[in-house]
Write a protein that binds this ligand. Structure first.
Ligand SMILES: Cc1cc2nc3c(=O)[nH]c(=O)nc-3n(C[C@H](O)[C@H](O)[C@H](O)COP(=O)(O)O)c2cc1C
Length: 431
């Protein structure tokens, strides 16, 4: 979905860059419109670099050659095109001036003209000195806008740039992004869920400096954490070593080894309504870990023992109603191997990653997957990991709807686990 961020000329204009980033983290496409005053505070280049789009800075064509008919025409209707492009317009920060212009229908610059021309939801995040905020003129303008359906993201109270303490500070960027998502109708369909999510790879020490590890970056798991959080879920993210910043408002538990990950999962299982295991956990660990750095003395044979199967243990500890989703990185026969794993482990779904393609999978920003349940294999073609995270969660949310399974199985009552497994076996035989 597409969002236009309008930046007007207040001190908080620098925070608009954070608003853009927060919206992008929600997989929204963002473009920026700046008022002339806003450009006194921050350069359009910042937003152009962040969004990858030209920043609109004026209502008027920016060409020196005023006789260039084509390009002038293109520019002169840009406010209409932008108004139609946007699924939402959010003005952050919104000055007292731009609020007054919106309220009174003035249209002497791009942003105010676009406001009149758009049919999309409009949100404003006011930021100003307390006296300006409390002034009856500003409050009357806000009232007019509210009545018209404009969503006002209330400013916070606190120390302001002008030295006063009071209301007038622009709402936090994350809060603004959440308000935009709500306005876009991206519902909080995971509200009430507590997700125990594992991500990243694990490391098994050989000696104090070396370890056995894998190529997982944690990007897919972190993207799921962010997506689930923005859909209203509480997220406990148990992560192996990763260079990624933890997503905001997510509880991060850092672990290193497969054993630490297992302990962390089992310790938090009881809190979760949903367990998603996106981590790439070591299958083996060395029997002996050297106390000192090993010297090169000739050929070396490592003795390895299997690590605990965390997914199997999670299934054994499953609470009623708790959904468990595993991930399987496959380099060949993904669906067949995934289906076998699904049945063997007794999980509700498996997300199969084909990691044999270098352009997707480990450490890349895009991925493709197959979401496999007992009754279907949903192909999720290549897309950015953050978008894929939302698609995976769409399917997880759908698992909570028993009707879909009833329809598929032609059953009249909720099928038992055995009935579901029998149905899958039939499907395998048919295939
Ligand atoms: C240093 C400075 C800081 C300002 N900060 C704010 C502010 O935080 N909020 C506000 O409503 N106006 C602020 N103003 C006033 C606006 O810049 C002014 O009203 C301008 O006309 C707004 O234009 P615009 O709404 O088209 O961006 C500030 C002005 C200056 C010079």
């Amino acid at each position: 979905m597409k969002v236009t961020v309008g930046v007007s000329g207040g001190i908080a204009a620098y925070k608009a860059a954070e608003v853009v980033r927060a919206l992008q983290r929600q997989a929204l496409e963002v473009r920026v419109v700046m008022t002339a005053s806003a450009q006194q505070f921050i350069q359009p280049l910042t937003f152009a670099a962040l969004t990858g789009h030209k920043v609109i800075t004026s209502l008027w064509p920016q060409h020196h050659d005023r006789n260039s008919y084509d390009s002038d025409m293109e520019s002169s209707i840009e406010h209409i095109a932008e108004a139609q492009w946007a699924d939402a317009l959010v003005v952050a920060p919104a000055t007292a001036n731009i609020l007054a212009k919106f309220a009174h229908g003035l249209s002497d610059d791009f942003l105010s003209t676009m406001y009149l021309a758009t049919a999309a939801p409009v949100l404003v995040a006011p930021a100003m000195n307390t006296n300006m905020w409390e002034h009856p003129a500003t409050q009357a303008n806000l009232e007019t806008l509210r009545r018209r359906g404009v969503r006002v993201i209330e400013p916070a109270s606190g120390p302001l740039a002008c030295g006063m303490v009071g209301p007038g500070r622009m709402a936090e960027p994350e809060l603004i992004a959440t308000a935009v998502l709500n306005a876009l109708g991206r519902s909080h369909d995971m509200a009430g869920e507590t997700i125990l999510l594992t991500a990243g790879g694990t490391r098994e020490a050989l000696d104090p400096v070396r370890f056995l590890g894998n190529r997982s970056s944690g990007k897919m798991g972190y993207a799921i954490a962010e997506a689930a959080q923005s859909r209203g879920a509480k997220v406990i993210l148990i992560s192996g070593p990763s260079a990624l910043y933890p997503p905001p408002h997510v509880e991060l538990v850092r672990v290193t080894t497969a054993d630490e990950m297992r302990n962390a999962v089992l310790a938090r299982m009881a809190e979760a309504t949903l367990v998603i295991k996106a981590a790439a956990v070591a299958d083996y660990r060395p029997v002996n870990v050297a106390d000192q750095k090993m010297k090169r003395t000739g050929p070396l044979t490592l003795e390895l023992v299997p690590t605990e199967d965390i997914l199997a243990e999670a299934v054994r500890n499953r609470r009623p109603g708790q959904l468990i989703v595993g991930f399987a990185a496959e380099t060949e026969n993904g669906v067949e191997n995934g289906r076998a794993k699904l049945l063997r482990k007794g999980v509700d779904a498996i997300v199969i990653n084909d990691v044999s393609k270098p352009e997707i999978g480990f450490d890349s920003d895009a991925n493709a997957a197959t979401f496999l349940t007992l009754t279907k294999a949903i192909d999720l073609p290549e897309m950015p990991k953050r978008k894929l995270a939302d698609r995976i969660l769409d399917e997880v949310v759908a698992l909570r709807r028993p009707q879909s399974l009833l329809v598929e199985l032609g059953a009249t009552q909720v099928p038992s686990r055995e009935e579901k497994q029998a149905a899958v076996r039939r499907q395998i035989i048919i295939e």
